[in-house]
Design a protein around this ligand. Structure first.
Ligand code: SAM
Length: 229
């Protein structure tokens, strides 16, 4: 049984397109998306041997070798222009890693219409990258499953119009998530805030260095943003 998180990601894939699932692990997402008739072809990319083998064996198990190409490689390097990929999914990794994969693979993004990104933490790094590189967030969602809160960001080519003075804050929380302001969003940031306050408290007691001062300023900014929204 596939997770609600992956099902939700699958709902954001363009109909009848070709999707590249980067860091596909078991390849559950492309297998589900094909069985549900959402996409017509998929590439399952993996950098690690174990997950790559797991993807290969699941694709064989469901007799989808003609529909899912399982490839070993780093990030977007598994995508070739002739694949005509419409949509890239990068899910279940930290925001910093997703940002790095997008940054390193810039030249593979030509022709790609949509990105569906699900960072586990540090989502603001992903949003900042999108903002800086000509992608606009067209949908965002936040959900809870098995005690974890997940954010899904959907972007297409274009420019986000955000007033400069609120830009950092909006990209931190997610412009569309802020608009919706769901109870899960509130729960997530209330939890994060408790963590920040605890670190701030520990920093008060620690010996002051340039690094602790910087960290303190950053966390105080986050707390202030939290209070504002
Ligand atoms: N995308 C699946 C999901 O959301 O359920 C699997 C997430 S799994 C936690 C992360 C996977 O990303 C691992 O299998 C890991 O090997 C892969 N990965 C990490 N860095 C990668 C990279 N640079 N290129 C491709 N895959 C990568």
């Amino acid at each position: 049984q596939i997770s609600e998180r992956l099902k939700k990601i699958a709902r954001f894939l363009p109909k009848n397109g070709t999707v590249a699932d980067i860091g596909s692990d078991h390849a559950y997402l492309p297998i589900y998306a094909l069985f549900e008739g959402i996409v017509q072809y998929a590439i399952s990319g993996e950098v690690a041997e174990g997950p790559y083998q797991s993807a290969l064996s699941n694709v064989r198990k469901y007799h989808l070798q003609e529909k899912i190409s399982v490839r070993m490689g780093d990030g977007l390097a598994v995508i070739e222009p002739e694949d005509q990929v419409d949509c890239i999914v990068i899910a279940g990794m930290g925001g910093a890693l997703i940002e790095k994969i997008l940054h390193t693979g810039q030249n593979r993004l030509e022709g790609v219409q949509r990105l569906v990104l699900q960072p586990n933490g540090n989502a603001h790094l992903v949003r900042n990258w999108l903002y800086e590189n000509g992608w606009q967030i067209i949908q965002e969602t936040i959900m809870e499953e098995d005690g974890h809160i997940y954010e899904i960001i959907v972007a297409e080519k274009g420019h986000m119009i955000i007033p400069n003075e609120v830009k950092e804050k909006q990209l931190f929380f997610g412009p569309l998530l802020l608009k919706e302001n769901s109870p899960i969003l509130q729960k997530k940031w209330a939890m994060e805030k408790r963590g920040w306050m605890k670190i701030l408290n520990d920093l008060q007691k620690a010996k002051e260095t340039e690094e602790t001062k910087r960290k303190k300023r950053q966390l105080e900014t986050y707390v202030q943003w939290y209070e504002e929204v």
